[in-house]
Design a protein around this ligand. Structure first.
Ligand SMILES: Cc1cc2nc3c(=O)[nH]c(=O)nc-3n(C[C@H](O)[C@H](O)[C@H](O)COP(=O)(O)OP(=O)(O)OC[C@H]3O[C@@H](n4cnc5c(N)ncnc54)[C@H](O)[C@@H]3O)c2cc1C
Length: 477
């Protein structure tokens, strides 16, 4: 048996998708040479835990979207993750100085989750018949209007609360496609917040690549040339060229949309259409740290304070920033040992752009307009530190947070699938949260599965798992 010449493959992007593709190839095709090119000076991409100056918070992903059948669940368990169920909210209607009573807040927030579940079920059953321009918000209004168990006022509140899904999908509910809302369906099971952060999970996913010394940090790729029939050449920003047998492009959708990597020959028309058509929205977080969690009742355990605070806009005014639903999470509600005296605003879409554009003093005023509604507030309660994400202006995340389906989209299922089919020009695959995974779009688990799928496709196409000429001949016969 004579050995085949060693194959070499490249992966562009060391986020969860790229790292999983690498670990899969290292495990299943161990003689293959794998190189990962990462633009940033760290791995993980949109999984990023900030661990400095007393902070330990996830700037990107922090929830597991359904524990059952989720490839992240076993990794989380093995790495000793601490989970928290943070789903309840105190609801603050506009003009009231206190939140609604706990039971009423829970009823409204629970009904808001039902709107999303109903929309998913409805869009799954009726997708073919739903107009491309119908939005999640159109559905929410109708769903709530028909509910005989809600008073007129409650209907209005649930409608306003349905803007919660603006944060969930990183796009305004009025621009989220109802026709394809079922693509937002999560995996079954609990949906926990990772109180212990994503950091240990990322470490586990990155370990094979980091131990193998195959990651080249701070090395952006600007061009991929797959025009040769026997290799694919990638070019770094510094102009260095290197040829490989194949490439997995695991960069964010935003990077592809902006054509920050040029590809020759041009991508097939349908694939380019898919890249153009999928939506890529923004979710930002603003963390405020205090000396103590002054907004909590004295006996936190007994009082079981809410995790979310949901501030409703003024319905008599146009629903545009700053007059939109604003969500704040109390990190002091996390399990003991992971709790920090901090609050986190979650702001998305137009509100994210609005808040990002504020001067420091206007941001301070905006923050205090919500803080003053919390229990025990006094104007002397100043944050000791503020930490802001800036995904919307982050070059290597493509200026966004994750993928969604916009109103007007005509064939989102095919868009997602065509990206996952891979093998463009016979040597190129795509991976990432935007690629080829139902019930995974926009999530860490989706990114992970897409990386594995691309790696499998590449191994099979290049016969990388087969290490000798005889193996290949057996396979072909
Ligand atoms: C604020 C926020 C909150 C989120 N919350 C959740 C959540 O709670 N749960 C959940 O499951 N998901 C969540 N997500 C989504 C989740 O983080 C992503 O879906 C997932 O991490 C994407 O992984 P990826 O590998 O596809 O892309 P990325 O993580 O973006 O990795 C792509 C990599 O490519 C690199 N790159 C880009 N351009 C180049 C180039 N030209 N050359 C070389 N390298 C390049 C980037 O630097 C990056 O490291 C959230 C995301 C954000 C931003």
């Amino acid at each position: 048996m004579s050995p085949l010449p060693q194959k070499s493959v490249s992966i562009v992007g060391a986020g969860v998708a790229g790292l999983r593709a690498a670990s899969y190839i290292l495990q299943h095709a161990p003689t293959c040479r794998v190189s990962i090119f990462e633009a940033n000076d760290r791995v993980g991409g949109r999984v990023y835990t900030y661990e400095k100056d007393g902070w330990r918070v996830d700037m990107g992903a922090n929830w597991i979207h359904g524990m059952e059948g989720n490839p992240i669940t076993p990794i989380a368990r093995e790495t000793g993750a601490i989970f928290a169920a943070l789903e309840d909210a105190a609801v603050y209607p506009h003009g009231l100085s206190v939140p609604l009573p706990r039971a009423e807040s829970e009823k409204l927030f629970g009904r808001t989750w039902e709107v999303a579940d109903n929309a998913i079920a409805y869009s799954k059953e009726n997708s073919g018949r739903i107009g491309a321009d119908e939005s999640l918000f159109d559905f929410a209004k109708k769903d709530v209007e028909e509910d005989k168990d809600l008073s007129k006022e409650e209907k209005r509140w649930v409608c306003l609360l349905s803007e919660f899904f603006t944060n969930f999908s990183a796009e305004d509910v009025r621009r989220l496609s109802l026709k394809y809302y079922f693509l937002e369906e999560e995996l079954p099971g609990e949906r926990p917040y990772l109180a212990s952060t994503y950091s240990p999970i990322l470490e586990a996913i990155a370990k094979p690549s980091l131990d193998g010394g195959i990651v080249r940090l701070s090395t952006p790729i600007t061009h991929v040339d797959a025009s040769s029939s026997h290799s694919v050449t990638i070019t770094t920003m510094e102009g260095t060229k290197e040829a490989f047998d194949a490439v997995i492009i695991a960069v964010p959708l935003g990077v592809l949309k902006k054509q920050m990597i040029t590809i020759t020959p041009s991508l097939p028309t349908r694939l380019q259409q898919a890249i153009d058509s999928l939506g890529f929205g923004v979710l930002e977080k603003i963390f405020l740290k205090f000396d103590s969690a002054w907004w909590l009742p004295k006996d936190k355990e007994k009082a079981n304070p809410p995790s979310f605070h949901a501030f409703l806009p003024d319905p008599s005014k146009p629903l545009e920033p700053p007059n939109v639903l604003t969500l704040m999470l109390s990190l002091a509600s996390l399990p003991t040992g992971t709790d920090i005296p901090a609050l986190a605003f979650y702001i998305a879409a137009d509100q994210a752009h609005y808040v990002s554009s504020l001067s420091d003093s206007d941001l301070d005023a905006w923050i205090h307009s919500y803080l003053r509604l919390l229990p025990n507030y006094s104007p002397t309660q100043k944050p000791t530190a503020i930490l802001k994400t800036s995904w919307g202006s982050d070059t290597w995340s493509g200026g966004g947070s994750y993928t969604h389906i916009n109103t007007g989209t005509k064939n989102a299922v095919e868009d997602i699938e065509v990206l996952g089919d891979g093998c463009v020009h016979g040597r190129m695959w795509f991976a990432g949260e935007h690629v080829g995974t139902w019930r995974g779009m926009g999530t860490v688990n989706g990114a992970y599965e897409s990386g594995e799928r691309a790696a499998k496709g590449m191994i099979s196409a290049l016969k990388l798992g087969l290490q000798t000429v005889n193996d290949v001949e057996d396979e072909l016969s």
